[in-house]
Write a protein that binds this ligand. Structure first.
Ligand SMILES: [Zn+2]
Length: 54
């Protein structure tokens, strides 16, 4: 699965998360932002910013 951080536009490595599903929370390793998974389709992951306070 691929996730592009909506904040810093870098690719987030999802292999470090054991399971990624809708409503999962992932953290961008590049900018440290917390992202909430909103949609997964065809190996592409959509997210919303959950917490900008890091
Ligand atoms: Zn980022």
């Amino acid at each position: 699965m691929n996730l592009t951080c909506i904040e810093c536009k870098n690719q987030v490595d999802l292999s470090s998360f054991s399971s990624v599903a809708v409503d999962s929370v992932v953290e961008c390793q590049m900018c440290g932002i917390t992202l909430l998974v909103t949609e997964i389709s065809d190996g592409s992951v959509s997210v919303d910013i959950m917490d900008e306070g890091k």
